[in-house]
Unconditional design. Structure first.
Length: 392
């Protein structure tokens, strides 16, 4: 009888060891990771534009109706400058009957040649004749590449081509005005200590408050170097094409600790010194210089920083600045009150100036609504003002 050979069973270790299943699982996991990464990447690329579009549509809807109004920006310097810019601007018809309309120009609105040209044309269409661009603010920053030595450490990180801006405004028929803050300056006193207000007779720079409270130094109106600094800046901006200059802060310091402030030997009173300086700056050839003073000083209510009302200085071109006031009501809420611009209030301001020898007087009033500004323009013309800021 034939015996069958035993059947050998082959065992494939690879097939039954489980390593193949593990490799397949790893490949599946890796595949899913890649798929999820791809989905996430595509979602990221789509989501951001989608959100931007949604935001744009929302704000366009929210702000619709506002984009058609054109406003004249206010000043940063002041500033801070600070400092939300006023947007209430009357129509040109409201101020065309008042010669010498003024507007404040922000650095950001003219920081390129194209923007300067467009903005100048816009102002010309509104009937503006004088456009003020602050080139040295009340912190001491200079917004163009000045070659005056004392300004070298005060050049702002944001500078403009002042000569090109002046030309753009001239081409549009608008007079470019360089705004220069005089003795309120927190930078130059550190660059030249001889130009700073001191503590009495000590060689220590005076601050208008304690250092802990952010006290700032001031330029000394009685210091020859400080006086010359302002004169040099006036001459420099004139050479850049600014045929008109507006000087602000022609004054002695204000703040705390004024009894400790020292100005060196003074041979003139404050009133006499500031009047003399004003006339000196007026006499610089080839430029028309205006001076801005607060209404409280002109009226004689607050003259400590001037020695007397600036109306007595005999300066030819003066701008009166009327500020809004802030008070707190019984509920503890801040209440802002616009300055009075009725005929009696404006006449009380212009009369001392014209009696003191001023030949041209303009008005800058903060905190007025569009309707109030229109009414103030008409009243100012009747009172004898030569101009008004259509947007402070």
């Amino acid at each position: 009888m034939k015996r069958n050979k035993p059947v050998k069973i082959k065992r494939y270790r690879r097939s039954f060891s489980g390593s193949g299943d593990r490799n397949n699982l790893l490949r599946r996991i890796l595949l899913w990771v890649l798929i999820l990464a791809a989905i996430f990447g595509v979602g990221w690329l789509i989501a951001k534009p989608g959100l931007d579009l949604a935001s744009s549509l929302w704000y366009s809807y929210k702000n619709r109706g506002e984009s058609s109004s054109v406003s004249v920006p206010g000043d940063s310097s002041s500033v801070s400058q600070s400092t939300s810019e006023p947007t209430a601007t009357p129509t040109p018809e409201a101020t065309d009957n008042l010669s010498g309309n003024w507007a404040q120009v922000s650095i950001s609105s003219v920081d390129t040649a194209e923007k300067a040209t467009a903005f100048a044309e816009q102002l010309a269409q509104q009937g503006v004749r004088y456009a003020v661009l602050t080139l040295k603010d009340d912190r001491g920053y200079v917004y163009y590449n000045s070659q005056v030595s004392l300004a070298s450490s005060a050049i702002s990180s944001t500078v403009v081509d002042a000569a090109s801006i002046a030309k753009a405004f001239q081409d549009a028929g608008v007079t470019p005005v360089a705004g220069i803050c005089a003795f309120k300056d927190t930078l130059a006193p550190y660059a030249d200590r001889s130009a700073a207000v001191k503590y009495g007779n000590q060689d220590i720079t005076w601050l208008d408050s304690s250092a802990e409270l952010g006290g700032k130094p001031w330029l000394n109106p009685n210091a020859a170097s400080a006086q010359q600094y302002i004169a040099d800046l006036i001459a420099e901006v004139r050479d850049l094409g600014f045929e008109t200059v507006l000087i602000q802060n022609l004054q002695f310091p204000e703040g705390n600790g004024l009894d400790l402030a020292g100005y060196g030997e003074m041979t003139l009173s404050r009133q006499e010194l500031l009047a003399q300086l004003g006339r000196r700056y007026e006499a610089i050839e080839g430029v028309e210089v205006w001076f801005e003073f607060p209404a409280a000083a002109i009226s004689g209510q607050s003259v400590e920083s001037y020695g007397a009302s600036p109306a007595s200085f005999g300066l030819q071109h003066v701008i009166v600045r009327m500020d809004s006031t802030s008070t707190t009501n019984e509920a503890g809420e801040a209440v802002t009150t616009a300055p009075a611009t009725d005929a009696a209030a404006l006449t009380a301001l212009i009369d001392p100036l014209t009696s003191g020898g001023s030949s041209a007087v303009a008005l800058r009033a903060f905190g007025l609504s569009s309707d109030q500004l229109t009414a103030a323009s008409q009243t100012a013309q009747q009172a004898g003002f030569d101009g008004i800021f259509i947007a402070p």
